[in-house]
Design a binder for this molecule. Structure first.
Ligand code: FES
Ligand code: FES
Length: 151
């Protein structure tokens, strides 16, 4: 076990963990922020997406040691950003979530995209998201992103 300090959503967390455990487990099981979901566990579905220093990353593929010395943002911290808040509201307005399981990852990826490209095209959305949704919400996710970006 290794003593670690994380910065998550602007708050400091200190704990002991196996440095090789997935970052996703640290976020969910040690820190207790369960909005980030475990989907495939093999780096495909992107349900586990968080931001590391502002970039969307799959937390199931990162090790606990990679969360030290960086700024992590999870779905629980997304509404602190104006773009994140706008996208969350748009997802609700168009009723994008169905079961909701993939939507945290979708929102983390979508907000990062809109922060970089304020009026993304469908091709940019397809390329930036790539999140798997078992409920098939892709058209409504696109609709939400268009609504949030005034398109
Ligand atoms: S749980 Fe990480 S990519 Fe599926
Ligand atoms: S809303 Fe159910 S998996 Fe995407």
């Amino acid at each position: 076990m290794t003593a670690m300090t994380y910065n998550v959503n602007g708050r400091k967390y200190q704990f002991d963990a196996d440095s090789g455990m997935p970052l996703l487990w640290v976020i969910r099981d040690i820190i207790g922020l369960t909005g980030t979901k475990y989907g495939c566990g093999v780096e495909i579905c992107k349900a586990c997406t968080v931001w590391i220093d502002g970039s969307p990353e799959k937390s199931c593929e990162k090790r606990a040691s990679e969360g030290v010395g960086v700024k992590i943002t999870t779905i629980e911290g997304l509404s602190a950003t104006p773009v994140g808040l706008r996208l969350q509201q748009a997802f609700v307005d168009v009723q994008a979530p169905q079961c909701g399981y993939c939507q945290s990852g979708m929102l983390m990826a979508a907000t990062s995209l809109v922060a970089r490209s304020p009026k993304p095209t469908d091709a940019q959305i397809d390329s930036a998201l790539g999140n798997i949704c078992a409920c098939g919400t892709y058209p409504r996710v696109k609709q939400a992103i268009r609504k949030a970006t005034g398109q």
